[in-house]
Write a protein that binds this ligand. Structure first.
Ligand code: ADP
Ligand code: MG
Length: 653
């Protein structure tokens, strides 16, 4: 038996095992994509080719005349592989081109597919008669049995693939991928030349060593692919280390077993096969020590790289956290985790208020969900979706590590956000204080002359000799002065940090204050044709608010309500004590507060009225904050109309 036969034996075995390896990896990886499916069938076709050849070769070695059934079986497998190989090769490239967006349109793809699969059927039909009488076929260069046309078709397919690889190389995002596609293009080119010379130009006197060399060519890309998957996470399988390691170890073990068997047969003339086998099995023990060292080093390295990666990941997250924007941080974490750990998707779900885990455990049931906890408190969870069927152990560890670091980053972000908000608020308050001071001094300076003018006009009005025309105008001027002084009063109320006397805290009877305000404003209500009514709630309720502060609150709310209510409308003021608080309520049946301005109505100087100051509700908000109450509103109340303000007042005692 010549050395060429051995070389072929090794080549076919390697080819068969390699295809099997890839098929197992793809099955274990189970990514639902056409590319993976076609890749699987391509490996299957190559597996049939190599497996059939291997079977035929073994039969040739062991039997003087191989049994016809065996030969027929081997030939069938080989033919099946050969017939579909060119079509699958092109199909795989089409699928990849589609993911790379090089191939657009369904029709183009359909045309391509029809063009490549139609010949496959033709050759399958052509090979069929050979299956019943395979004794004459040449297993060394089997493609010759399918005729020269097959060679031409194969060459064409290989050229198309080489061209696609060249194009993939051009648009490759990094050097590693570019190099990979160049190697692939090279392999396809060499294969095309090989097939051309062997099966198209000289099919009759095919050189045996040349054919053997050609059989080795398809092994190269698949080995290179393993390297790239491992090193550069090609096809995103690289992250599935469990799978790749497990399959590799199993195949190495299989290879070693077949080596033992073969060596035992070689040594049979000198040593009994059982003895050789035992020696070879126990020989592995010698490797135990170096293997352990090697694995130790590898584990160390892996741990280091993973730790480095995790640390890099968390430090980037910390940096974003320092910007003090929770929404941005969440978005960044999702994007960053997805990118760094190479996942199909990552989602961060944060629980508001961080309640303890109990009811909402529903999210934890999925194994791709990672809890984020801090001191037993559940802050949320990180949900990820791997590209393949499952997460590998190291990815899982990296994600767990990350989730331990996340609470710190989230806290930091929240604190900085809070600090920024306080700073903004302080600046705003300082600005308002300045405005307030100015307003106070202006209104103070205007109040006295205005008072004098008012008195003079009132005295003039009492003069019976005043002509009627002037009397009317004087009345109008007096009315205007009244309005002006209300506005000045509002300005003063607003600029006072707390009510005269130093504080908004004191105590008073809500009923009394409501009564006071409504009686003062009853003239205004009458003038506007609005019914102003109070809703009595039994006895008076004492609240821990000074009468002046409460007066500011009620009067501003009632004035707004009167201004909003239509002629013939109604304004209701009421107070109700319950559970340690008293709720003051002012309701009108006006048009309501438009949704667009609801956010802004408490801001000082925000108004929608041509004559408004925009200070009424700002004063209310300020007073309420001073005595530690709460103001809320509802608008519209019913039938798309009306507004109801509610102020929560602390009860006295
Ligand atoms: P002003 O009354 O001077 O406009 P306020 O601070 O009192 O300032 O009110 C701010 C704005 O809130 C008003 O311009 C108005 O648009 C809205 N608003 C307040 N109360 C009511 C209400 N009862 N009905 C409808 N809109 C209201
Ligand atoms: Mg107002």
């Amino acid at each position: 038996m010549g050395s060429l036969v051995y070389i072929r034996l090794i080549g076919y075995t390697a080819g068969t095992l390699l295809q099997l390896f890839w098929m197992v990896v793809i099955l274990g990886y189970r990514r639902q994509r056409n590319f993976e499916r076609v890749f699987f069938f391509l490996c299957l076709a190559l597996f049939l080719f190599y497996g059939g050849s291997l079977l035929a070769l073994n039969a040739q070695i062991y039997y003087a005349a191989p049994p016809a059934v065996l030969t027929a079986f081997a030939w069938t497998a080989l033919c099946a592989g050969l017939c579909f190989l060119p079509a699958l090769l092109v199909h795989l490239h089409l699928e990849y081109a589609e993911t790379r967006e090089l191939l657009q349109g369904r029709i183009a793809k359909r045309l391509w597919l029809t063009a490549v699969y139609a010949p496959a059927l033709f050759f399958a039909l052509r090979a069929y008669p050979l299956l019943s009488s395979p004794n004459g076929v040449n297993f060394v260069s089997p493609a010759n049995s399918l005729g020269r046309v097959y060679g031409v078709w194969m060459v064409l397919a290989l050229i198309v693939c080489a061209d696609w690889e060249r194009r993939f190389g051009v648009i490759a995002p990094d050097f590693a991928q570019e190099l990979f596609h160049r190697i692939m293009a090279g392999c396809f080119g060499v294969a095309a030349i090989g097939v051309l010379t062997l099966h198209v130009v000289h099919p009759r006197n095919a050189n045996e060593s040349f054919s053997t060399a050609l059989a080795y060519v398809p092994i190269v890309p698949l080995v290179v692919l393993i390297y790239y998957v491992q090193k550069h996470n090609f096809l995103q399988i690289g992250r599935q280390r469990n799978l790749v390691y497990a399959v590799t170890v199993t195949f190495l073990a299989l290879l070693y077993l077949s080596l033992i068997r073969r060596v035992s047969i070689w040594m049979e003339p000198t040593i009994p096969p059982e003895a050789t086998a035992s020696i070879l099995v126990f020989l592995l023990v010698v490797f135990f020590e170096p293997l352990q060292r090697w694995i130790g080093r590898r584990l160390h390295e892996t741990a280091h790289t993973e730790l480095d990666r995790s640390q890099k990941m968390t430090s980037a997250i910390q940096q974003v956290a320092r910007l003090g924007n929770s929404a941005k941080l969440k978005e960044f974490i999702e994007r960053w985790v997805k990118e760094q750990i190479e996942l199909a998707d990552a989602r961060l779900i944060l629980q508001e208020g961080g309640e303890t885990s109990s009811l909402q455990d529903s999210g934890a049931e999925s194994e791709n969900s990672f809890e984020i906890q801090q001191g037993g408190r559940r802050l949320g969870r990180l949900e990820v979706k791997p590209h393949g069927a499952m997460l590998s152990g190291d990815t899982r560890a990296a994600l767990e590590f990350l989730c331990e670091q996340l609470p710190g980053a989230l806290d930091l972000c929240r604190l900085i956000e809070e600090k920024l908000r306080l700073e903004r608020e302080l600046a705003e308050r300082e600005r308002l204080a300045l405005v307030g001071q100015m307003a106070a001094s202006i209104s103070h300076n205007l109040k006295n002359p205005l008072g004098s003018i008012k008195t003079i006009l009132q005295v003039q009005l009492e003069n019976p000799e005043l002509p009627e025309s002037i009397r009317g105008e004087t009345k109008m001027v007096l009315e205007e002065i009244g309005r002006l002084s209300t506005k000045l009063n509002q300005l003063l109320q607003f600029s006072r940090p707390a009510v005269r006397g130093g504080s908004a805290i004191g105590s008073c009877d809500v009923r009394v204050v409501i009564e006071e305000v409504t009686s003062v404003l009853s003239h205004e209500a009458e003038r506007r044709g609005v019914r102003l009514q109070t809703e009595a709630s039994g006895d008076g309720v004492r609240v821990a608010v000074s009468a002046e502060a409460l007066n500011d609150v009620v009067s501003n709310l009632v004035v707004n309500a009167l201004e909003a209510a239509p002629r013939g409308g109604r304004v209701t003021v009421g107070a109700l004590a319950s559970e340690g608080t008293c709720v003051l309520m002012v309701e009108d049946d006006g048009p309501g507060i438009p949704a667009a301005v609801q956010e802004k109505i408490l801001q000082p100087f925000f108004t929608t009225k041509p004559q408004g100051t925009g200070l009424g509700l700002a004063i209310v908000a300020r007073r309420v904050a001073e005595f530690g109450g709460k103001v809320e509103w509802e608008s519209p109340v019913r039938d798309g109309k009306g507004t109801r303000f509610r102020v929560i007042l602390p009860l006295a005692g």
